[in-house]
Ligand binder design. Structure first.
Ligand code: HEC
Length: 108
């Protein structure tokens, strides 16, 4: 019985930390995430949920080159995404857009 009570704080600690780790997106690198927020991309895109735009996982699955992603963000081609409304051209400074594009092209 004493042993059970000794474990209780540990169990509570684990329970407290589990939901927190679910709300963060570990797949979005720490240097890219703030950019997606800063330029408003997160309003329409999420890593694993379809919002107004396709989820990042689906964009990554297209295996674009970084160069192509930079092109598409500046001049979207809505025909690539049947069933979605067209995305407006996004104005993102080149250096930041390159970081976003490298991530969307390089990963899984
Ligand atoms: C108002 C909603 C909205 C915002 C804000 C938005 N997007 Fe999109 N995005 C979409 C939609 C809808 C599509 C699919 C239709 C299309 O490509 O036009 C899309 C498609 C894309 C694609 C895939 C392009 C292709 O042709 O395969 C990329 C990459 C992308 N968005 C990146 C971004 C980035 C980076 C930002 C922030 C700078 C951003 N989006 C902001 C709605 C949005």
């Amino acid at each position: 019985m004493k042993k059970t009570f000794a474990l209780l704080p540990i169990v509570l600690l684990l329970a407290a930390f589990t939901p927190a780790s679910k709300t963060t997106d570990p797949e979005i690198p720490a240097d890219v995430k703030p950019l997606l927020e800063k330029y408003g991309c997160t309003a329409c895109h999420s890593i694993s949920r379809k919002l107004v735009g396709p989820m990042w996982t689906d964009v990554i699955a297209k295996k674009y080159t970084a160069k192509r992603i930079i092109q598409l963000v500046g001049k979207p081609e809505p025909q690539n995404w049947p069933g979605y409304p067209p995305m407006a051209a996004q104005k993102v400074p080149k250096a930041d857009l390159t970081k976003i594009a490298n991530w969307l092209s390089a990963k899984k």
